[in-house]
Design a binder for this molecule. Sequence first.
Ligand SMILES: NC(=O)c1ccc[n+]([C@@H]2O[C@H](COP(=O)([O-])OP(=O)(O)OC[C@H]3O[C@@H](n4cnc5c(N)ncnc54)[C@H](O)[C@@H]3O)[C@@H](O)[C@H]2O)c1
Length: 428
Amino acid sequence: MSTKRKVSVIGLGYVGLTTAVAFGQLGKVIAFDLNPVRIKELNDGHDSNEEVSDQDIKSASVYYTGDSECLKEADFHIISVPTPLDHTNHPDLSSLLGATQTLAKCLKKGDIVVYESTVYPGETEEKCIPLLQKISKLEYKKDFTVVYSPERINPGDKDHTFFNIIKIISASDEKTLTIASEVYKEVISAGVFPVSSIRVAEAIKIIENIQRDINISYMNEIAILLHKLGIDTAEVIEGMKTKWNYLAFKPGLVGGHCISVNSYYLLHKADQVGYRAELIMAAREINEDIVKFIAEQTIKQLIRAGVMVNTARIAILGITYKENCSDLRDTRVIDIIKELAAYGVKTLVHDPIADPPAVKEEYGIDLIPWDELNKLDAIIITVAHKFYIKLDKNELKNKLNRPSVIMDIKEIINKKDFADSGIIIWKL
Ligand SMILES: NC(=O)c1ccc[n+]([C@@H]2O[C@H](COP(=O)([O-])OP(=O)(O)OC[C@H]3O[C@@H](n4cnc5c(N)ncnc54)[C@H](O)[C@@H]3O)[C@@H](O)[C@H]2O)c1
């Protein structure tokens, strides 16, 4: 590497593996993860998340290890471990603080510690840096320095990738900012965007995600209202698109470990400083409640179609948290399944990408193979995987009884193709 820094990556999930493999094209990278199963599969040359190709793993010079002592070989350590919520919707920083402790034990004079995990403004300086100092017995800014550079990758998106998304960079001091910028510029063709402080960088990441949460909640609120008014939401959106300052948001489920989680992270921080962030709270509530609306509407449409609700065969198409990505964490589809179960309605779940054992382990659900989905009374299209978008309309029709219902949450069905078919098409 021309910058002469030796990179280590701690936490080899969607973000960490992508980062390790990118730097591994330039020189040797030490890649550490707590999970021995993950280390084994990466040493076998495969990423079960399907985010990094076998070819890219093979061509990168990355040493995958579960031995934290190896981190001593590096001097530019990138931490990319999960920052989820606990069961009360508060930040669960256990992985982040755990990784910080592990690294602190290996820290040397001159090292740079980079945090890429998403956190609330202030977290790095208030929690991580004191822990690094305490355990390493080294002095912050004198013996080691810190960078905060949030990752903005979008798994499953082949257009916006690690390489072409501008990297926000902040650091404890100007010299470290320059070094980190140079290191990242070696792998990120879009370049870097340095900002004045770690808190600003933390805020950028979290607030850009919350902006999406709020905008989607507005569309969800509007969708519910337009249903009550008997107005087609999709047609309204088509009309809105003709204005120059239209914002491209659609109603839908807000799942995943980024957008909704980030709102709760900022709400936690707002609470600490005694501020009620009303809009963010309202957005969260609306986006969580959209699940109930979809489940209720499914029941209503089945009754309208004259189908016996209790015995209806209902297929859920897609269980991952978003399209073309196998990630199951914080999927809101599970809430639709539970909500329908509360009405005594069973569902048959299909997903072309999700790993069946992982679905079973995480949610206790056995995925149904595509060919076994037949004689259905309803289909709920919950995730717009390419597999579903490419489906021939006749294949879908053949899976359904008459009368029946398609709940097209993802707007992938052309209503005209189903005119006079005996199938009710419902859209959000
Ligand atoms: N996945 C995304 O789309 C995405 C995008 C941008 C930012 N982020 C943020 O990046 C961070 C990482 O997310 P991810 O999706 O890559 O996580 P992930 O769950 O896919 O992977 C995390 C990895 O870290 C490992 N790990 C956990 N604790 C550890 C520890 N103490 N020491 C070493 N390894 C440990 C786990 O075994 C796992 O392999 C999070 O803060 C997330 O919010 C994620």
